[in-house]
Design a protein around this ligand. Structure first.
Ligand SMILES: CC(C)(COP(=O)(O)OP(=O)(O)OC[C@H]1O[C@@H](n2cnc3c(N)ncnc32)[C@H](O)[C@@H]1OP(=O)(O)O)[C@@H](O)C(=O)NCCC(=O)NCCS
Length: 150
């Protein structure tokens, strides 16, 4: 699994990955394209044998990096794509002088919650009825070691 920056040519594949998850707050091609154009927004793609397996989007809003989207194709789940994307996000954030990474996750999204807990994120708050279906969101944060902030 390799991770690289996303390009314009990736957008249809990334939109298909997010759209395949029922209830996922997908951006669609237009929204993804807008993110590629924002200076503080970073979109990374995980690739397996040249095929896009998943993607992550985050904003660098120092001193935090804020994860906005993370989705993996159902054809590639449980093969380490999300972990690889989170690791690359953390590396990018540290190099950008961020001291923590934040995200919101649906309270009932146990695959994602298990993933984030395994990767060192801790729950620090709750946003009641954050999603359209009235599900609460949990706010999670991972501290980045200060020695690695440069
Ligand atoms: C959540 C999601 C991103 C995980 O992607 P993934 O590439 O399958 O995850 P990984 O293979 O990197 O898994 C890493 C670890 O996360 C945990 N994990 C991932 N999926 C899991 C599941 N379905 N059940 C339990 N634990 C899970 C495990 O600890 C796993 O490690 P292991 O396989 O060694 O046991 C993927 O299921 C997805 O795209 N879901 C729909 C979109 C979504 O909910 N995104 C999160 C929005 S906040």
């Amino acid at each position: 699994m390799t991770v690289r920056r996303a390009f314009e040519k990736d957008i249809p594949a990334l939109a298909a990955i997010e759209a395949a998850w029922p209830g996922y707050p997908a951006w669609g091609e237009k929204g993804l394209r807008e993110e590629l154009a924002k200076p503080s927004s970073v979109t990374l793609v995980a690739e397996q044998d040249g095929a896009p397996a998943g993607f992550i989007n985050f904003w660098i809003v120092r001193p935090e990096a804020q994860i906005n989207s993370l989705a993996v194709s159902s054809a590639f789940i449980r093969r380490g794509a999300a972990r690889a994307l989170l690791n690359k996000c953390a590396e990018y954030a540290r190099k950008s002088a961020c001291t923590s990474i934040t995200l919101e996750v649906g309270e009932n999204n146990s695959p994602a919650r298990t993933l984030y807990a395994a990767e060192g994120f801790e729950v620090e708050g709750r946003r009641p009825k954050f999603y359209d279906n009235a599900e609460d969101a949990l706010l999670m944060r991972k501290a980045l070691p200060s020695g690695e902030n440069k």
